[in-house]
Design a protein around this ligand. Structure first.
Ligand code: HEC
Ligand SMILES: [Cu+2]
Length: 348
């Protein structure tokens, strides 16, 4: 690198500043909007175990760094070039059994310790048995959205996963089976659990038991195509009563509106080949279930807020919100678009 003199110090200074800022951001109040995906604020047992392990690894590697850096600093200062150096080489030392043994055995022991600690955490997370009162969810990754099914409860939804709080008063973890409809995806909500991949023809599973109510965000963590970056995860952790109410609402069929103009357009357009609205002829499964579309805060896997304006925009041309999304622009006239959006807004 061609960095000299004060330039070099500027460069170093800016690097340190970046590090300090990142660390400060990471440790910021988890409730603040700064980072809702803060890996330093675990809120569920698997995430806590992983966090504990990461602190242990950080402590061990930090200690190694300190020892190595101190020795380095000592030698740099002590054996620096002096004015009265005679320019001859110092005495050369070859082969010391003690030193060789020390720097082989100690690292091996450290690696073994890290390996054992990691294996223990993996085993404890994976071996946890599913209690009878667990909520069961099937999550299916699609390019570029999430399908959620609650087989025991008869609910199907998309992109916004609702689960109950699981604390000491009432433990009710959520066990999630992971499938993929197309390619590899990865389910990652940093505050709730580690990453688990969704692989075609290879069901995986994971579990979470969030201790505090709130919204937890995540992201598909495996490159799955153009819109991978807009395949966001939103988990709504609710007090049990609120969760039960949500389930009740989701189980209702679509609100029956007097067969409106908009509904007629919806039911006679290709929409129904890709989308389901329970209680109507629409039973497609290529795109998200729209039965209770209005109960969601966002559309298109968190890419946009669920507002009438965004809905209209989305149906007119999904690419303006999510370029490369697998929903085609449906080429509707202004009037039809208006009627269709009005109809979608009745799907509560
Ligand atoms: C070829 C299949 C296909 C057709 C036809 C189609 N869609 Fe979609 N739609 C999708 C897919 C796939 C998504 C998810 C896109 C994403 O998030 O990446 C989607 C998403 C949506 C969403 C957002 C849902 C949410 O919760 O995120 C709405 C609303 C929607 N479509 C409405 C319609 C309407 C109305 C029509 C008919 C005018 C229609 N779609 C036609 C495939 C289709
Ligand atoms: Cu993905």
């Amino acid at each position: 690198m061609q960095l000299r003199g004060s330039n070099q110090w500027h460069f170093l200074g800016s690097q340190i500043l970046v590090c300090v800022c990142c660390t400060a951001a990471a440790f910021a109040d988890p409730a603040s909007p700064f980072s809702p995906t803060n890996i330093f604020a675990p809120a569920s047992t698997p995430a806590k175990s992983i966090f504990g392990l990461s602190l242990f690894v950080l402590a061990v590697t930090g200690a190694i760094f300190l020892v190595v850096f101190t020795l380095l600093l000592y030698s740099v200062v002590k054996f620096r070039k002096r004015k009265n150096d005679d320019g001859r080489e110092p005495p050369q030392v070859y082969g010391s059994n003690q030193v060789e043994l020390a720097w082989t055995v100690i690292p091996v022991l450290i690696v073994v310790a890290l390996f054992m600690a990691t294996a223990r955490v993996i085993a404890s997370v994976q071996k946890t048995a599913r209690p009878d009162n667990a909520i069961e969810v099937v999550a299916i990754g699609h390019q570029f959205w999430w399908e959620y099914r609650y087989p025991g409860l008869g609910v199907v939804t998309a992109n916004e996963l609702h689960v109950p709080v699981s604390d000491d008063n009432q433990s009710s973890p959520t066990f999630i089976k992971l499938f993929s409809a197309d390619t590899d995806h990865s389910f990652w909500i940093p505050r709730l659990a580690g990453k688990t991949d969704l692989i075609p023809n290879h069901p995986n599973s994971m579990w979470i038991d969030p201790h505090e109510a709130g919204i937890y965000l995540g992201q598909c963590a495996q490159y799955c195509g153009t819109q991978h970056a807009k395949m966001l995860l939103r988990v709504y952790v609710q007090p049990r009563a609120d969760f039960d109410r949500w389930i009740q609402e989701q189980r209702q069929p679509a609100t029956v509106s007097a067969a409106s103009q908009g509904q007629r357009i919806f039911e006679t357009t290709a929409c129904i080949n890709c989308h389901t609205v329970a209680g109507t002829v629409a039973n497609g499964r290529f795109g998200p279930d729209l039965t209770h579309l209005m109960s969601r805060d966002t559309i298109a896997a968190g890419a946009a807020k669920n507002t009438p304006e965004n809905l209209r925009q989305w149906i007119l041309n999904p690419d303006t919100i999510k370029p490369g999304s697998l929903m085609p622009a449906m080429q509707l006239s202004g009037q039809d678009l208006e009627a269709l959006t009005t109809y979608l807004e009745t799907l509560r």
